[in-house]
Design a protein around this ligand. Sequence first.
Ligand code: GUN
Ligand code: FE
Length: 406
Amino acid sequence: MDESDADFSTVKQHAADNDTLVQLKTDEYLLPGFIDLHVHAPQWPNAGVALDQPLNEWLDTYTFPLEAKYQDTAFAKRVYDDLVAELIGNGTTTALYFGTTHNPANSELAMACITHHQRGFIGKVAMDNPDQTPEYYRDASAQSAVADTESFIQQLTELNQTADIKQTPVITPRFVPSCTPESLKGLGELAKKYDLPVQSHCSESDWENGYALEHYHMRDAEVLDQYGLLTDKSVMAHGTLLNQSDLDTFKDRGVAIAHCPISNVYFGNAVLPVSKLLHQDVKVGLGTDLSGGYSPSLYQNIRQAVISSRMLHDGVNAELSPEERGTDNQPISAKNGFYLATVGGAKSLHLKTGQIKAGYLADLQVVKSPLRAFEDENMETVFEKIMYHASKSDIKRVYVQGTQAK
Ligand code: GUN
Ligand code: FE
């Protein structure tokens, strides 16, 4: 038995315990793998670039030109191989991806996930609105946006036949402004026909909500709901500007929010009131939003989720009354952030993962203590130090469904 086999038997044994953190050796700990609920795979080459632009200008000037390059399938393969390895390296065992409009490139993303043993949920991006997308990067028509989404579903079925880790297709209208009513309608019908997950952006910016109000006389959540795109398999990114009526709809339909705290600092200029949402039983998980968020690490996003939530008290969301600020909108802890990156994401995708527990998938990360201990430390202290200090180099091994991926 080589060393990795020995490790795997330990992993299996501990996977039977109901714990968040299991000590393996003096300074090595086993944690559940992370679930990244919102990644734009094609934007990886721009991570950290142009974060000072407003959302719509950033899309037009930096993002659409980059995404258009995935017409070149060889370029797609190079980027996607690198990105999936990077996410696995950071402890992310499941990821919900936006691809691009190009299906050959989207298949490369699925193949990269299969090669690197990551559980991918992958969407062919639909964006057919000629008023809000550039001619060089858009679906030719509503019909082709829907037909290409359907053919991507079939492509994944074929790829999955020989894959150990299955990849799931996701219905992906980019967001309300990028799509025509016809494509939104067709995509809603596809989601129902195949009973598939749906992902989009919802209430991320005033500009996006303003577009929905002007063109549909409705909020963007209401537009998505009208077309059958809000279901208990839907994951909506950001949601920072959802009002109480939208949240009631989310709760009623079982829609999850992908909280992207780093991205929200730059593009949303807002803080998601996580405690309030969890108290209202709205599902919430954590997303990097690469490259609206600059970091591929969910540890970094856990930290930002905690830091941002603490700022609610300083009036960042100025419309909240002082009473609201002190109760439901109380700051979240590192443990809450960890919950979002594990259990929250798993619930959003209906997966039995995110916990080290009998009957759950063995999606795991082995993390070395990032800091030296100067005296005996209890597990609480160890956990907090890992949450605040772990980086990629501290993540020694990663397992997805029991297969070693790092
Ligand atoms: N809204 C529409 N497209 C995007 C995108 O690529 N990133 C972010 N953050 N918001 C969007
Ligand atoms: Fe996004």
